[in-house]
Design a protein around this ligand. Structure first.
Ligand SMILES: Nc1nc2c(ncn2[C@@H]2O[C@H](COP(=O)(O)OP(=O)(O)OP(=O)(O)O)[C@@H](O)[C@H]2O)c(=O)[nH]1
Ligand SMILES: [Mg+2]
Length: 518
């Protein structure tokens, strides 16, 4: 079997830091539990763009509009190219929801019956293509292609693909029209009424039980999305038959396609304001001039708070604005927690601590912690390393530290017993706010126990001196106060606890004990 390409090996490395630079492909295969092969047949009317779409995925073919119009790629993919071209086989590898997949694409002729029967055999998913500028090809999806697919592949999932999505935007473009005229005086000019809308595409997909995506080989829009989600559908179907295969458990349902082109028409200033709001919740620099642009961006992003804020530009209702901003912050924090901490998406650095690994994101660490900013931004090995050894810290403490950086809150895993390593780490990384939040949390826990009449002698003596060493002064003072109040009882029943303290502490407590010595 052919080895996975380098980009995949890099992904393994990120997921498994034990994989060292010199490891061979065979080693990778040992680490890597299962590999799935997915056969995807591509059908549809002639000239809708099947072969171009396949080439965009398999050969990484980027073409300009004149090149595209001037050349023709013959439909050669009807035979299994993956056995002939090593490069093509290499590019067939992809990782979808953690599953290693070799995607085998089968091209077909839009007007050649025999060939397709052969191609449909043992397929895992079918791409049914039409051109969004050809109502005829769209109509045939239902009247001709769907029944043919079901005849040969009764249960195979179908992805309906609206090809040549770029024509939605360029069909009236002078340069495009000129190129078409140059190519042939008989080329039919596209009318707006020819264009199949997304809604029509989705509706047909619903009718035939398929998922709908659009793609353009010219802009590369949707090319990755189409194949990624086709693989998802194939793997989900496979999971239903092989429910015991562990590696398929995390495959998710196909993901909705994002409609980005609206952004193309926005001014850079309004996109800047929009991004600024996403990152900071701040809308103060917005002016009336960019209000309309921003409304477009807002409708696209569907953020309730931003919509209200944009409509309120110019009005002076500060309380309402602050309440909306706070609401946005809350959601932002909860999303950061979900996406970055729980799902660990887009991780780009791994910390190797004493008893495990912690996954993180450089940009967030740098934004929230000056020491991290210096470490990643400076001329150090860490600025480029994917794996950073971080000795002297437990995974539990480091995870609580990360939780604070991403959410500005204290993780519920913080307890009185494990607070010291967190305080020590916060002090090491110069994070006084983290120290204060830990102190507050621990004092609340200690106070609750004290209110229940539970003795805290053991805990406060364990906490006092380490807190003094690591600049947790509030907690240290709380412990001193507790000992001072309980001094008589402690000196009678556990005098050893006091004797173990530093002489300065012993002297201070003895001097301040309450009630004072008679
Ligand atoms: N504007 C635009 N044109 C495209 C796109 N993809 C394909 N085309 C044009 O459509 C022509 C036909 O594309 P093919 O990929 O060869 O069509 P096909 O579906 O494989 O056709 P058959 O092999 O005859 O079934 C190409 O020569 C391009 O000029 C696209 O994404 N955008
Ligand atoms: Mg073709």
């Amino acid at each position: 079997m052919m080895s996975p390409p380098l980009s995949m090996l890099r992904k393994y490395k990120l997921l498994d830091p034990n994989l060292s630079e010199g490891m061979s492909w065979q080693n990778v295969d040992e680490f890597n539990t299962r590999q799935e092969t997915v056969k995807c047949v591509v059908v549809g009317d002639t000239a809708v763009g099947k072969t171009r779409l396949i080439c965009a995925r398999t050969c990484n073919a980027y073409l300009t509009l004149p090149q595209m119009l001037a050349t023709h790629i013959p439909t050669v993919w009807a035979i299994d190219q993956y056995r002939i071209h090593k490069e093509v086989l290499k590019r067939s590898w992809m990782i979808v929801d953690g599953v290693n997949v070799s995607l085998r694409l089968w091209d077909t002729f839009g007007d050649h019956e025999k060939d397709r029967k052969f191609a449909f055999g043992r397929s895992d998913v079918v791409l049914l293509c039409f051109s969004i500028s050809s109502p005829q090809s769209f109509k045939h999806c239902k009247t001709k292609w769907f029944s043919e697919i079901r005849q040969y592949c009764p249960n195979v999932p179908i992805v309906l693909v609206g090809c040549k999505n770029d024509l939605r935007h360029i069909y009236r473009d002078e340069r495009f029209l000129e190129l078409c005229r140059e190519k042939s005086p008989f080329v039919r000019i596209i009318q707006e009424s020819d264009l199949i809308t997304r809604e029509q595409g989705r509706q047909l997909a619903n009718e035939i039980g398929a998922f709908y995506y659009e793609s353009s080989v010219l802009t590369q829009y949707g090319v990755g999305t189409v194949f990624e989600n086709a693989v998802r559908l194939a793997l989900i179907a496979r999971r239903q038959q092989r429910f015991w295969v562990k590696s398929l458990r995390n495959v998710t349902s196909p993901i909705l396609q994002v409609t980005l082109p609206t952004f193309v028409r926005l001014s850079s200033m309004s996109v800047h304001c929009f991004l600024r709001f996403l990152y900071t919740g701040d809308l103060s620099i917005i002016t009336n001039e960019i209000k309309e642009d921003l409304k477009t961006a807002t409708n696209f992003a569907d953020i309730v708070e931003l919509k209200v804020l944009v409509n309120n530009i110019g009005k002076n209702n500060l309380d309402e604005k602050h309440a909306l901003r706070d609401e946005f912050y809350k959601k932002l924090i909860s999303n950061l927690k979900k996406i970055c901490l729980n799902e660990q998406l887009f991780v780009d650095v791994i910390f190797k601590v004493d008893d495990g690994k912690c996954y993180a994101h450089r940009s967030i660490l740098m934004a929230r912690c000056a020491v991290m900013r210096a470490m990643f931004g400076g001329d150090f090995r860490e600025s480029t390393a994917e794996i950073i050894p971080f000795p002297g810290v437990t995974k539990e403490a480091f995870d609580i530290f990360l939780h604070y950086l991403y959410t500005d809150c204290i993780d519920e895993n913080l307890r009185i017993e494990n607070c010291l390593p967190v305080i020590e780490l916060a002090n090491r990384l110069c994070l006084p706010r983290l120290i204060s939040l830990v102190e507050l949390n621990v004092v609340q826990k200690l106070s609750a126990l004290k209110a229940k009449g539970i003795s805290l002698n053991e805990q406060v003596f364990k906490l006092l001196e380490p807190c003094q060493v690591h600049n947790a002064d509030q907690l240290a003072e709380w412990c001193q106060y507790y000992i001072i109040i309980q001094y008589q009882d402690i000196s009678l029943n556990s005098p050893k606890l006091i004797r173990c303290l530093h002489p300065d502490n012993q002297a201070y407590l003895n001097k301040n004990r309450w009630p004072p010595a008679q």
